[in-house]
Each structure stands twice: as C-alpha cells, then as structure tokens.
Design a binder for this molecule. Structure first.
Ligand SMILES: C[S@@+](CC[C@H](N)C(=O)[O-])C[C@H]1O[C@@H](n2cnc3c(N)ncnc32)[C@H](O)[C@@H]1O
Length: 220
C-alpha cells in the first residue's frame, strides 16, 4: 500500500516552493475524494487527547468553542455533544463540505476560514479553542504567526488546548508533518495566555511519536 503521506508531501513541497504555505490542503482533499486516497491525519474519530482532557476536567468548559483546522469534523462533533456551542473551520472548503455532509443537522457551525486571517469578530471570542496538528503542517514563519493568531481567539478566562507533534529545539525538522519545538509552542501564549499545563508524551508506534498536550489560560 502506498504511503498516504507521500502525495501530501509532494503537494506541500510544490505549494511552499511557490510561496503558498496553505494552498496544498484543498488540493489534497480534492484528490483524496476524487481518487479515494487516504489522508494520513483522517481517522474519523475524536482526538483521544481531547477526550481524555475533557473527561479529567472537574469543571468542564462551557460556552463557545472553536475547533481550528477541523478536517472532517470529529472533534467539533465531540465538543458539541458535550454541550458546547461549537464553531469549526478549515482552510479547505472540501473538508468543510464533507463535515456538513457527514453530519447533516449538526449543531456545529462549519465554515471555511484561514487561521492566519480569522474574522475580526473571533478575536477574544471563544471560551475554549482546540487546535490539533495544524501548525505542524505549516512551514516557516507562518507557524509562529498562526500560533499567535490562534491564541488571540481565546476569550479572557478561556482555555486553549493544543495537541502537536514535538521535537527538541535542536532536533531535526524532518519531513512534513514538522514537529513543534518548545519555543514554537510558546508562541500560542504571546497574545496574553499562560501555559498552565504541559504534558510531553511518547505515543506508542513504530517509531513512537513525541507529542505536546498543552493547556493555556487567557488572562482576564
Ligand atoms: C494535519 S490536519 C489536522 C486535522 C484535524 N485537526 C485533525 O486533528 O484530524 C491540518 C488541518 O488544518 C487545515 N489547515 C491548514 N492550515 C490552515 C489554516 N491556516 N487555517 C485553517 N485550517 C488550516 C488543513 O486543511 C487540515 O485539515
């Protein structure tokens, strides 16, 4: 079976060479739907670190939630099922269309948007922002810009939960997905959030995958 990352890496390489950091996501979703190809990050299940985090919370978050780079919508549906009022967005319109067709009648508001240029009325608007694996598929200076932009969407007193592949500051960048360093993780907090919990874990696999699960709280 072919490696589902191979085509994604080709598309990423070509788009980035053209100076377009995000142009390849829609291409990948379109090709995948057209040719029936797997996408490496699509598992059609809520993120287990999100599920575990929410289940451990003595006081579960309430109010408005935002799911960044929502893919096919499983994390958004999970949060909506827990009583949150969820907005979920992805830069790829085909992914958003698939969310709508997978979950007809969903209470989630799905839309296409760019985390680098979010709507102005999203700033400081969400009680919970969930970000999994978006920064690590971006390359170069847009990574920190995108992390800061995501951090700016958390309402005063709200929470940002980040799940990402991790690497040491001097570790090799490797191939897409490019893991985050601690310094890159800190960029989420720059708009005025404090890192209140950080779990660094090694997910079993061949090879095992180091990850950050980080919770930030917005001052206010
Ligand atoms: C690695 S996938 C992760 C998808 C989903 N969060 C998950 O955990 O399964 C990254 C997702 O982010 C989306 N994405 C990339 N850059 C984005 C941006 N600037 N704004 C919004 N979505 C973006 C991609 O289209 C893709 O669906």
């Amino acid at each position: 079976m072919s490696d589902p990352r191979a085509r994604a890496r080709e598309l990423a390489r070509d788009a980035i060479a053209r100076g377009d950091a995000t142009g390849w996501f829609e291409q990948l979703y379109v090709e995948s739907e057209r040719d029936g190809l797997a996408i490496s990050w699509v598992d059609l299940a809520p993120n287990p670190y999100l599920v575990e985090w929410l289940e451990r919370k003595p006081t579960p978050p309430r109010g408005r939630a935002l799911v960044v780079g929502c893919g096919y919508g499983d994390d958004a549906e999970f949060l909506a099922g827990r009583g949150l009022e969820v907005t979920a967005f992805d830069i790829a319109p085909s992914a958003v269309a698939r969310c709508r067709s997978r979950f007809p009648g969903s209470r989630v508001r799905y839309l296409a948007a760019d985390a680098l240029r979010p709507p102005a009325d999203w700033v400081a608007a969400f009680d919970l922002v969930f970000e999994a694996y978006t920064i690590q598929v971006l390359r170069g200076e847009v990574r920190a810009a995108c992390a800061r932009s995501i951090g700016s969407l958390v309402a005063p007193g709200g929470i940002l939960l980040v799940v990402a592949r991790s690497r040491t500051d001097d570790g090799p960048e490797g191939a897409m997905p490019w893991p985050l360093t601690r310094r890159e993780l800190d960029a989420f907090g720059e708009p005025g959030l404090d890192l209140i919990s950080l779990t660094e874990l090694l997910e079993p696999g061949n090879p095992p995958v180091p990850r950050f699960v980080a919770e930030f709280a917005a001052r206010g």
